[in-house]
Design a protein around this ligand. Sequence first.
Ligand code: BGC
Length: 741
Amino acid sequence: MKKQLFLLILLANGISFSQAQRKTFAQRADSVLKLMTLDEKVGQLNQYSGDWAHTGPITKDGDKQTQLRNGQLGSMLNVMGVQHTREIQEMAMQSRLKIPLLFGQDVIHGFRTTFPIPLGQAASWDITAIELAERIAGTEAAASGIHWTFSPMVDIARDARWGRVMEGSGEDTYLGSLIAAARVRGFQGKGIGNTDAVMACVKHYAAYGAAVGGRDYNSVDMSLNTLWQYYLPPFKAAVDAGVGSVMNSFNTLNGIPATANIYLVKDILKKQWKFDGIVVSDWGSVGGIIRHGYAATYKEAAMDAILAGCDMDMESRAYKDHLAKLVKEGKVPLKLVDESVKRILIKKFELGLFDDPYKFSNEAREEAQKNVPAHMAAARDLSRKSIVLLKNENHLLPLSAQIKTVAMIGPFAKAVKDNLGFWSMEWPDDSLTIVTQWDGIKNALGRNTEMLYAKGCNINDTDTSGFAEAMEVAAKADVVIMSVGEARDMSGEAKSRSNLHLPGMQEALIKAVHSTGKKIVLMINAGRPLVFDKAAAQADAILYTWWLGSQAGNAIGDVLTGAYNPSGKLPISFPRTEGQSPIYYNHLNTGHAAASDTINFYVTGYIDLRNSPAYPFGYGLSYTGFSYGDIKLNKTTINSSGKLVADISVTNTGNADGEETVQLYIRDLAASVSRPVKELKKFQKIFFKKGETKTVSFTLTVEDLKFYNDQLKYVAEPGDFKLFIGTNSDNVKETDFKLIK
Ligand code: BGC
């Protein structure tokens, strides 16, 4: 109850801007613009990193300090904390026009309170809980002097080799779009003028997740149809939710660098979608235009980027060094520079920084946001909702209260920082709250259960000297809990992997412990889907725990003991082998579709592997079971103004209360562009008491049947459809309906 009240307060406070206020901000921006020299204008488009350190000087770079005092910088990233941001802002206040700086920071899964990695959060399918996580992250960051976060990352990712799958919401466009909007709402709260909100930045625009071979920063080559159908909608959802900024991606899209891509930025984002916030380059991506072989010099790169609509240059210094010259030479219209400057000034007005540049510099507020119990409670809640139960033979979980001795084995059992995962904030160790898995489980099991420990091996080396001890400890226990996975820097930016197996000797450790004959609960901590077929066969129960953050141990303890019944569902398909990548449920049927999931010749597939993934999109078990009745439609035809209501009765058939995410997919059987075999269109996460039956009802309209045709028009075409409802993308009931004119 207390938690709910807190949630309401968090989601309801604050102010938002009226049309009239927006107009005033624009007028005030114009009045500043009129006073600015060309150099000062270019300065606003220039962003540097702050050489920030926990204890050291904020920026040692004398040159940067001079530029700040000369008004040659519009924004800094990686300057955090009230004290540091204030010191830097004071330098900017010595400039002629005293235009305040924007402080940006990557707040990817929490600020002081670390939440599960975004991919893990997506496994909760709990949009409200995700919004709350960002509300908290935004509140904590804003209290530390931050105005702007480079989040949410909404890149659709179908390839687990790509390290940045951890930062997004997985492979599905519909789920990803809902989460994109929720994250924006969470960060920006009731408006970015509030001191508990930060401006969000949706990234990386666009199609970065489709890097060839899953190699980070690699080229992207895709049809415009695929771009519009699958990769752009989460960005559009963020824009519709009012996101204040957009970040270019590093990749080329069909040969043109995203940062210089007129079609993407100027035409789609700014013209068609009427996005009026800031477009910022990615780190050095203006300079990257040269390395892509699209521009010969920094000067040309600066021209390409500004002409395409990139307003701010992050760390390339190409605008700073060349933009004024380009304007003077008539190669870049001054009007264009003015437009970019105005976008930035408007955000500074919206944030209230012209009225008070130190608005976000309040020590007491900063202090009050450290270790907030309600924030930790929200992290625990989202962490346990993010855990996915992949296997549970003979109901090994939840652990019986009769168990006397538990052995905890593996490099994650007592790990501390590896629970946080990549893109977590670096705080001094003494100000970190991390509940280790060992502590959380020990607390949850209580004093009557004896816990034994052996590390067994490290995460990623060849040392097997701990195996003997691990086996000894296992032999003494009733049940073994093994916690294995990827180190926190093995997924994330520049962390693509060709081998998705558990690193180091961890598979061998599982095999060794398995040879003791003890029952094994396997927990896998990782930033991406891993390949663990052998380990999966040796484990009796498997929990996929991603990297859960500050409350990892407590959340895992709740799940192991059944205090929380797991409800997570995979937001991304898990390949059987690396060779299956990319793999995704919403693929096309092809002209040689396999009739069954067995190896067959002259069908789409491999001669040495089945087509299905190890675990499909939407998959996740519960301690209870759910049975689905047949789908009942209110009618079997709809027209463009009609509503199709699909009802299904779902029963909790097991012995525990639990939540089920009921998923609805469709397939358009014949269309002017081939449509996928299944596409998620709706879902509901519903709580069922044990034995309870509920009718779950979904309403579809023609909007849900639309797709981009080969003219890139968003249309619904009359014809036959299939409708599926089920517990994951592979296990569904189905029926048919028709769309008529
Ligand atoms: C990443 C961005 C990030 C930026 C600033 C880049 O390397 O691609 O996602 O926001 O750095 O830290």
